[in-house]
Design a protein around this ligand. Sequence first.
Ligand code: ADP
Length: 234
Amino acid sequence: AEDPAVRPRSALELVDVGHSYGDRVVLRDLSLVLAEHRVGVIGGNGSGKSTFARLLNGLVVPTSGRVLVDGLDTATDLRAVRRRVGFVFQDPDAQIVHPTVAEDVAFGLQNQRVPAAEREQRVAEVLDRYGLSGHADHPAHLLSGGQKQLLAIAGVLVMRPARVVFDEPTTLLDLANRRHVARVVEQLDQDVVMVTHDLDLLTGFDRVLVVEDGRVVADGTPAETVPWYVARMT
Ligand code: ADP
């Protein structure tokens, strides 16, 4: 990994954020700055974790308050925000849109009008990093569940975002693929926000938020928060 002292960090700021779907309030009174390299988000089903994750790259715009990415407001600077913050969904099928593996990874670069030669080089690089080179011309839907999640991650990383938000990336995977994705996350130079029920994924994280009923009820190192959370949930 690069020297953390010189690597520029991304900073996410939530200012008095609340979010409702219709009448249902799912997030309330959130004021936070997330500037750490790796931040985990844990909490029970329906606590608001996924909505929280989606706020961070503008997939959801808050119904009150503001979300700022390096000072850019997700409500008004969506394109610039998306360039800084990538998003990996629980279900890779939600993210894979192109017929072949290589085309799928190239899609975002094409959108940004990255020249063909650079595009091909960057696509080849990430496919190689994730062991997908041999599948470049294969139909993406024929990959295994674990390979599809790696493809989804490759499609985000090829864009070189400063931070990647993961929304339960291992929930649909078997144990071997969970371990593989965990190693991939461990090796990322990018900053990470990780929503997960898979507490093992948070080993070595700098900070973990515990969300309950739309509020952050604990915030600290994994050693401070994870045992507290486990005791509370069991
Ligand atoms: P978590 O990820 O912790 O399970 P979510 O953010 O997905 O929590 O959901 C929080 C609450 O908001 C849940 O009660 C859920 O049913 C509701 N919710 C989530 N997305 C929507 C939506 N698009 N429309 C209406 N309600 C939603």
